[in-house]
Design a protein around this ligand. Structure first.
Ligand SMILES: [Zn+2]
Length: 169
């Protein structure tokens, strides 16, 4: 990390911590809203703001594309240890994961790192809506997802240009 970036992050955190009060902290570990959200790491999404979450409200799990498969480990922990009873899968418009395919990233890895990673799936997405449906189906049929959670698993698309969330399934 560059020194300039690091110092700007440290300065921002100092300002944040200066206004921080213990009342902001939910010391009860289970999320107040009993929900886990899986969404993309995209910089244009601020899930807590978009969904109205405060500290302590929900588990937010992020990765490239908002992959439920990649998030499975965290979802199981969220449900088994912290009692969450619902899952929201949120993908979004103009996701960068729709702009490449596996061969593209495989060749970048070869060029940049000299490593053959051709057997790895980096999770590119062809159709966002279909991907939402597939991942909800993946969770609703997975043996590690409890029945009560399967019934409360929904899929959404977030419009990065309007901030609006639309339910798919
Ligand atoms: Zn994305």
């Amino acid at each position: 990390m560059t020194l300039i970036l690091e110092s700007s992050i440290v300065a921002a955190n100092e300002a944040y911590a200066a206004k921080f009060t213990p009342e902001d902290v939910n010391l009860q570990l289970p999320p107040v809203k009993e929900v886990a959200v899986v969404t993309c790491m995209d910089t244009n999404i601020m899930p807590a703001s978009a969904l109205g979450f405060k500290l302590g409200d929900a588990h937010l799990i992020r990765n490239g594309g908002g992959s439920a498969r990649e998030a499975l480990r965290s979802l199981v922990v969220s449900q088994q240890l912290f009692g969450t009873k619902a899952i929201l899968i949120i993908k979004h418009t103009d996701c960068a994961m729709t702009k490449f395919d596996n061969p593209t990233i495989h060749s970048l890895i070869k060029k940049n790192l000299g490593v053959n990673a051709d057997d790895q799936d980096f999770g590119s997405i062809e159709d966002i809506e279909q991907a939402v449906r597939d991942e909800v189906e993946f969770l609703k049929t997975h043996e590690l997802i409890p029945e009560v959670v399967r019934g409360n698993t929904t899929g959404w698309i977030y419009d990065a240009m309007t901030g609006k969330l639309t339910k798919v399934v």
